[in-house]
Design a protein. Structure first.
Lengths: 259, 262
């Protein structure tokens, strides 16, 4: 009996201390320039962004906390009011959508991306060199789910080449993973013959690119950045400019700067 | 007036606020527009059919294996096999589910199981069942094991002395007593299977109209921004689980009543 009482007593004290600590954290004033930046970043940018963030922390002592995820999911989080200072989206339309909701202080087009088709070891052996080869018998194709922007772009390419209906009818599209990285993993581990992804993803995973598609087929694919209202806007702006100065970290993976 | 314990004071508001309220929030957000869009979508109905078949079979497979684990638990708790199983049982719960999907893909994909078909077992409804089973089996195994723990050891030793072999004693003496646990294990496994999408997307294929299930349908609709359709499909999922629990409970009640009157 006394044991349970003591247990609740201790738990109560821990709870109170916890609340005090949390309150302390939020009310603590850091100097304006050194405030950390919350960056929501499209998952595809992870590798170069991690490098830039580490460099930035070294040079300025400012922490940038990245939250990597699918652009659409990040959009929903920001739109629902989760604290974010800077947003990098793989789809500029999402930034325009946020802008209409009055969340964006400032935004710009950042980089150009392209859809490519990559083949695996087996795919290569089957002689796949162009998208039209995918309609042959017994070909296993991975196209990202349309819930990811890359899935929509890939669908556009196949639609504009008049291949999508045939592929669906034949059932050659065997899998629709939810992210571009999953497509890349499947090609890399030779579980599929061919997969559609961004050119940067293909470089990152060291895959065999056999075809690259222009904007006439895929539609424009523009990565954008947006400074979100209500948070650490100055810090976000400083980091965004720093990212631009270090664009070579990104272009080495096959992205092209927008301007 | 009876004394109200601290547990009641804590439980009732917290349960309603943290568990019931979010579920009601989904049901409350169902719109007519979302319903017409979703119920008019043939892909949705194929996802429903796929879900019912695969989750049912995954839960069945889970209970079957869990009963095997229970057998080891009762008759061979000292063996190496039992220790390995006991130690590894909960691993699938701790694994992030995209990792589970990747693990299944690498294990049952065409590089290993290529003789089965052009994609191995991956990207088929069988893959969906395996993915659901992989994440739901630990729950079934724990349920059966903790019920087996309650069984009177005397009873088993009597059956053994009467000349029953362990399998026979297990089938005739133990399994009937596990009735309630088997039921819980099945419901838990089925519900867990209903809700799984990460492993299912990665390994099952997620092709709309072919291998897509309800959970990945909902996930896809949320990411596409089709929130009204996602909400409707989720509400459908909730009602489906409720219905299942209700049907199985009713079976349990009538069973209990007939046992009482006998």
């Amino acid at each position: 009996m006394t044991n349970t009482k003591r247990f609740f007593g201790i738990m109560g004290i821990i709870l109170i201390i916890g609340f005090l600590l949390m309150a302390g954290c939020t009310s603590e004033q850091k100097s304006a320039e050194k405030q950390p930046v919350n960056a929501y970043v499209a998952a595809g940018l992870k590798k170069p962004m991690d490098v830039v963030i580490a460099k930035y922390a070294n040079e300025t002592g400012i922490t940038v906390t990245p939250n990597y995820g699918p652009s659409g999911g990040l959009y929903t989080q920001i739109s629902q009011g989760q604290p974010c200072d800077l947003y990098y989206s793989a789809d500029y339309a999402l930034i325009e959508k946020l802008g209409k909701e009055g969340k964006v202080a400032e935004s710009e087009k950042f980089m150009k991306e392209f859809v490519v088709m990559t083949v695996s070891k087996t795919g290569k052996a089957k002689g796949i060199t162009k998208a039209a080869d995918l309609t042959k018998e017994n070909i296993v194709v991975a196209v990202a789910d349309p819930s990811a922007p890359v899935g929509v772009y890939s669908d556009n390419v196949l639609k504009n080449l008049n291949l999508l209906d045939t592929l669906n009818a034949k059932g050659n599209i065997k899998t629709r993973p939810s992210t571009v990285n999953q497509v890349a993993l499947m090609v890399q581990s030779d579980e599929v013959d061919a997969g559609f992804m961004y050119s940067s993803t293909a470089v990152l995973y060291k895959l065999d690119t056999v075809e690259k598609y222009g904007y006439d087929l895929s539609e424009e694919i523009i990565f954008g950045d947006a400074i979100i209202k209500g948070g650490n806007q100055a810090g976000a702006k400083a980091f965004r400019d720093y990212v631009r100065q270090n664009s070579v970290e990104f272009t080495q993976y096959g992205w092209e700067m927008y301007a | 007036m009876r004394k109200v314990s601290i547990w009641e004071v804590l439980f009732i508001p917290l349960f309603f606020f943290l568990i019931i309220f979010p579920i009601l929030a989904i049901l409350g957000n169902v719109t007519v527009e979302g319903m017409t869009l979703t119920f008019g979508d043939p892909v949705f109905w194929i996802a429903v059919r796929n879900t019912l078949i695969t989750a049912f079979l995954a839960a069945l497979l889970g209970v079957l294996l869990a009963l095997g684990f229970g057998y080891f638990y009762i008759f061979h708790p000292g063996t190496v096999m039992y220790r390995i199983a006991d130690f590894m049982n909960d691993l699938p719960i701790a694994l992030p589910h995209t990792v589970a999907g990747l693990a299944l893909l690498l294990a049952f994909g065409r590089n290993v199981m290529g003789f089965v078909g052009p994609t191995g077992l991956a990207f088929t409804l069988v893959a969906v069942i395996l993915a659901m089973f992989f994440v739901s089996y630990p729950l079934a195994a724990r349920t059966i094991a903790s019920a087996a723990e309650e069984i009177d050891k005397e009873l088993i030793s009597v059956a053994r002395k009467l000349g029953d072999s362990p399998p026979k004693a297990y089938r005739r003496g133990v399994i009937p007593l596990l009735d309630e646990a088997i039921f819980s294990a099945f419901v838990l496994g089925f519900s867990r299977s209903l809700s799984e999408f990460a492993a299912v997307i990665m390994f099952g294929g997620n092709v709309p109209g072919m291998t897509q299930v309800l959970a990945s349908y909902v996930f896809t609709k949320v990411e596409e921004g089709e929130v009204s359709m996602a909400v409707t499909a989720s509400a459908f999922c909730i009602l489906l689980s409720l219905l299942l629990v209700l049907v199985l409970r009713m079976r349990g009640w009538s069973h209990a009543r007939s046992a009482q009157s006998a």
